[in-house]
Design a protein around this ligand. Sequence first.
Ligand code: ME8
Length: 659
Amino acid sequence: MNKYYLTTPIYYPSDNLHIGHTYTTIAADTIKKYKKLKGFDVFFTTGTDEHGQKIQEKAKENGVTPKEYVDGIVEDIKKLWETLEIDYDFFRRSTDPDHEKTVQKIFTKLYEKDEIYKSFYEGYYCTPCESFWSKSQLVDGNKCPDCGRETHIEREETYFFRLSKYRDKLLKFYEENPDFIQPESRKNEMINNFLKDGLEDLSVSRSTFDWGIKVPFDEKHVIYVWIDALSCYLTALGYETEDDENFQKFWPADVHLVGKEIVRFHTIIWPALLMALDLPLPKKVFGHGWILFDDDKMSKSKGNVIYPEPIIELYGVDAFKYFLLREFSFGQDGSFSREKFLQRLNSDLANDLGNLVSRTITMIEKYNDSLIPKPVLEEGIDKELKDMASATHKKVDEYMQEFNFSYALEEIWKLIRRTNKYVDETMPWILAKDNKKDRLDTVLYNLAESLRIVAVLLNPFMSNTSKDILDQLGVTESLSWEDAGEWGKLESNLRVNKKDIMFPRLDIEKELVKLEKANSDLIRKRKELKEKKKLEENKEVKEAKEIEEKEELITIDDFAKVKLKVAKVIDCTNHPKADKLLVLTLKIGDETRTVVSGIKEYYKPEDLIGKKVIVVANLKPVKLRGIESNGMILAAEDENGNLTLLSTLDEIEDGATIS
Ligand code: ME8
């Protein structure tokens, strides 16, 4: 069986994901479903990139540990993928212990092969991108060329990866594998912007923060977050572990899907690292365009974010997926707008598809007792529909090879629109009225058969809708992709089963208000939740402090400051100048010292000689009525003023320490 390994980036859980992230994941999921239908054995990895300064700072802002901070967001991300019915095979968290262990192995291996060496780095650092830049790479003075935000100068001791030596090898690899970087324009960008003038060695460790995987042989350093993150594609398959069956089977990856801003990491740094590890390189990296909002890149840190949850809740998973894949050309940037979304819902889903399903099923109910009829009387007009339906499969296939989801869907919609036109042309209600049963049966069959083909073709994109259509047609067996390429496979006599309208028409103005409100409600709710968590956290810390103060709790370190010893009273006399004081001579191991104690009321000197007592041995000396006291002996006193000296339960040598 043919294997297929595909990945999405592992996303930063510095905040909840927005529709930009769902775009990559939905595209990957669609490819997976498509490949599976075509009989491939597919493995799909996604996950979260949890280390690095940015996350550490975010966590600090929120008053929690980095791990606590990301745990909550990772939970939301997994929930989102569940809602979107994303069929991933492996979710890699970069904080997973097995991942951390393998990344350390990778780093050590590279160091031992002299692919990594230690030196110093000074450069312009962009904290949000976790990247160093040279002066010539900066834009508008000192801004990061990737995200446009301010950089600052940082100098640190660091390990370097010998990236520079891979320049020619990379260029050769690109030449020998012309499809490696897609779309083509991104390859030219990589060559012209990064490779043409040579590559510099890459700083691959950080010592200015510690939220990361430690360099195993130099714990002052953490491993650069991108080595950590990129390795996830290998560790998800069990690379360098005992259980590496998936690695043996699925590596190299067939495609890494990424946004265009991280193509550099995936087509320069990643292949060079793999070459250094003597591993095969991925077959393809596809750098898709950005979804913009108000013509700006949607980004968590800029705050101009559209979240997917309200859209899905209001209009369903399939409408959301359809819009993203249909509206935007996968390789290029595109602007998201709620109006466009609602318009497509009305035109493509309600008018075209929903309408075709509903009228077809209704007519079969009405004119043929809910049974799919047998086609008996063909006419010339049928041929165009049949030819188009059979050809659509091939065209969709061709577009799917290029991940051109938008054109693939457009082909399916051409067939839907053609089929709707066929209804208008053949006018089944007139055929019914004129009692042209044979012709009517044929027309109804053709409509149903066209819908069956549409349903199979829609499966990778909108699996619920696809199932729904097949259900309504009474088709129960599961269909393969190839079943969409053959006209006439729909059996007659299946019983149709009408359901509610799939995509009701919407009042765009009203829905716009609803959608905007739902998005801002969600943002507010999440903010409140964070604030609440922070407050609770602060409250807990405050309360703990108060309790400590109230009960005068001390830590074990506080207690350890007090040196307690067992002492033997070798002499004891009354203080010559004080009524209440005794003067004791204590032997503490090899040492003898004098302690003055206010216990004359309770003990006679002769009672104490030879007894063992407990003494605080590191108390500052004080003079008590002219005699220096070096320590304090411990006693217990009850509410009635009864007092007794402390001693040990069993016999023990003086000088013994107490803890
Ligand atoms: O870069 N339009 O994580 P990240 C389209 N952890 N796609 C978008 C998008 C938008 N507006 N915004 C985000 C990282 N994406 C690293 C990756 S991989 C080894 C490490 C998608 O959370 C797109 O796929 O910043 C982009 O590359 C990715 O999310 C960035 O996610």
